[in-house]
Design a protein around this ligand. Structure first.
Ligand code: SAH
Ligand code: SF4
Length: 355
């Protein structure tokens, strides 16, 4: 059965008469977290019954949940056809000062969503890539991941979360559904997550980056660069044969970005592959002229992987070099390393347990 989460509010308005009901339905789903159409109390009973026969409200089912010591939580969700995807909730403690100069603490949540079951790109370091491509997620299946995580963790409906499309799959290989999900997330009667709080991460499909730029959803862009020369990059990411580094940089330069925002470049540090200062130097050169921010990520080793985790001192030296050359850089602590949080790893474990 079709899930109602696949429908934008405009589509729902076209399907449900009178159309103002669409707004109420959206609010029940995304702001009241109802579990059934029957709970939508301001709708006529006949409409609730009709909705029940036409749509499902819950395209996901929790298969597995893991909590990491650093607070992140990883979920494995079953889809309606028995396939499964991962979603991660990353809470971050923020310290701020209020109007009275008092120190206040609060938590900001980021949800890492999957966009496909599997992935066609087949990067050498990635477990999702290793298992091949199965299918695209629908917009509703993407939206449901965030809705479910908010609901399951009792996160107040009014709390806006950030979204990163960094789970399983290549979002730009499922452009249409991802763009639709960006819009559904942003709906003010829904989760009301502005596109500026949504970051689409790509392995660098240059032509799709241009397409996304021309649609101009307002979502932010992250590039999984991981190497500074084509020779190294092609070994890590075979897609680099079709779209080399130069083509990615050109596409990024054309991408519309908010004055106050930057394009994020993710750089997976792998021991003795791309962790030298020589690489750092080339990276500074490559990104000159782009409003960029670099996120260094520790490679997260998994069973059977040929790559190693970089030394902390090399990571620091790399970061220091970038920062001292005016290239903003942060090190992403491997959140949830102990719950196998890197893409595809929970699913892999589940499969191993079943084998
Ligand atoms: N397909 C998109 C988005 C999903 S992957 C992309 O490649 O950008 C999200 C991030 O997880 C990417 O930056 C990817 O390089 C990273 N990743 C994959 N395997 C990893 C591993 N074993 N350790 C750490 N990061 C990993
Ligand atoms: Fe696909 Fe991203 Fe994994 Fe590469 S890193 S195989 S693009 S999910």
């Amino acid at each position: 059965m079709k899930t109602i989460l696949d429908l934008s509010k405009q589509e729902l308005e076209a399907e449900i008469k009178p159309s103002f009901r669409a707004k109420q339905i959206y609010q029940w789903i995304y702001q009241q977290y109802v579990g059934s159409f029957d709970e939508m109390l301001n709708l006529p009973k006949s409409m609730r019954t009709e909705l029940e026969t036409r749509y499902s409200l819950s395209p996901l089912r929790v298969l597995k949940e893991e909590q990491s010591s650093d607070g992140s939580k990883k979920y494995l969700f079953a889809l309606h056809d028995g396939l499964s995807v991962e979603t991660v909730l990353l809470p971050m403690k923020i310290e701020e000062f209020d109007e009275d100069g008092q120190r206040v603490h609060h938590t900001r949540y980021t949800v890492c969503v999957s966009s496909q079951v599997g992935c066609k790109i087949g990067c050498a370091f990635c477990l999702t890539g290793k298992s091949g491509f199965v299918r695209n997620l629908s917009a509703g299946e993407i939206v449901a991941q965030v809705l479910f995580l908010k609901k399951l963790n009792n996160i107040d409906a009014a709390r806006r979360v950030n979204i990163v499309y960094m789970g399983m799959g290549e979002p730009l290989d499922n452009l249409q559904n991802v763009v639709k999900a960006v819009g559904i997330f942003a709906d003010i009667d829904g989760l009301s997550i502005s596109p500026r709080r949504q970051t689409i991460s790509t392995s660098g499909l240059s032509s799709q980056i241009e397409k996304l730029g021309s649609i101009d959803t307002g979502a932010l862009l992250a590039i999984s660069l991981h190497a500074v020369d084509d020779e190294t990059r092609v070994k890590l990411m075979p897609i680099n044969k079709a779209y080399n580094i130069k083509s990615i940089i050109e596409a990024v330069k054309k991408f519309p970005i908010d004055m106050r925002k930057r394009v994020l470049f993710e750089y997976l540090m792998i021991k003795d592959v791309n962790d030298s200062l020589e690489s750092a130097k080339k990276l500074v050169k490559l990104l000159s002229g782009i409003k960029a921010k670099v996120n260094l990520i520790y490679f997260n080793p998994h069973a059977g992987s040929e790559f190693g985790r970089p030394d902390e001192k090399d990571m620091r030296a790399f970061a220091d070099f970038l920062n001292s050359h005016a290239l903003l850089c942060t090190i992403r602590r491997s959140k949830g390393l102990d719950i196998s949080a890197a893409c595809g790893q929970l699913k892999q474990r589940q499969q191993n347990e079943l084998d």
